[in-house]
Ligand binder design. Structure first.
Ligand SMILES: [Fe+2]
Ligand SMILES: [Fe+2]
Length: 268
């Protein structure tokens, strides 16, 4: 059997700093009293499913990073990011509870499937890096920033701010991994990554915003966001969410990915 090398190399300065920032922020945020609002409870339940779906994505990324033989600071950051996502899911669940009740059943046809994402995957590392660090974390942070501007209730605002601070570090770690991994990818895989990114954009419009949903689902998703935004409980208006998604994809993610050698086609 071939001998295996285990270098356990430390990461670069950016990764080390980011990892330290994540470790220092484990302090618990508490959820205080909230008004009853079924729409906002539904919105925060969706948030909880979405945060939970990020847990297997981080775990898969960490496993792929380990297979790749990457540095230990990045590995530690990815594992810590998974822990953060569990905490975000719990916080969102607690906020939903406070608003009238956490909805535990994901509606049929919805795109969040934490359990499915948790199934074993042999997808190569560059795909996980693009999916998580570059796309999901970047869109999610931009949307949280937009939501924060409409969030006036102190409890919702406190939770949102705490989660946003984590997501900003997650995004930084993600793009730093991309910088290390993507330029070394073969030409055919770069093309595949570009197509994969485009397919992900379409999916994200449905999970993070309201575009591409069936008319019935869309009407409900819009209503939930309109009421939650108007009451300052953590959402931004649906048109703004759609716009933010589009702007961050076209203005930030696509140019940055192209700069790292991934030829992303424009979304259809
Ligand atoms: Fe999160
Ligand atoms: Fe995250």
């Amino acid at each position: 059997m071939k001998a295996r090398v285990v270098p356990l190399a430390p990461g670069d300065t950016v990764t080390r700093k980011a990892r330290r920032a994540l470790l220092q922020r484990a302090a618990a945020v508490t959820v205080g009293p909230l008004p009853t609002c079924p729409e906002a409870a539904a919105f925060w339940s969706e948030r909880a499913w979405s945060e939970l779906a990020a847990v297997p994505a981080m775990s898969q990324s960490a496993l792929a990073w380990l297979r790749h033989g990457g540095d230990t600071d990045s590995l530690g950051s990815l594992m810590q990011m998974g822990v953060d996502e569990v905490r975000h899911a719990e916080l969102a669940r607690d906020v939903a509870e406070g608003l009238g009740g956490y909805e535990a059943t994901i509606p049929p046809g919805a795109a969040w499937e934490p359990a499915l994402l948790g199934e074993p995957s042999g997808m190569p590392l560059p795909f996980w890096v693009v999916a998580n660090g570059c796309i999901s974390e970047t869109v999610s942070l931009a949307l949280m920033q937009a939501r924060a501007a409409h969030t006036h209730h102190p409890v919702a605002a406190r939770v949102l701010r705490a989660v946003m601070k984590d997501e900003a570090v997650h995004q930084r770690v993600g793009w730093n991994l991309a910088k290390q991994v993507l330029p070394a990818v073969s030409r055919p895989m770069q093309k595949e990554l570009g197509e994969y990114a485009r397919a992900m954009f379409e999916m994200l419009f449905m999970t993070f915003a309201t575009r591409g949903l069936t008319p019935r689902h869309r009407q409900r998703a819009r209503h939930i966001r309109e009421v939650t935004a108007a009451r300052g409980l953590g959402a931004c208006p649906p048109d703004e969410a759609d716009h933010v998604c589009q702007a961050v994809i076209e203005g930030t993610i696509m140019p940055r990915l192209r700069g790292l050698g991934v030829p992303v086609p424009a979304p259809r």
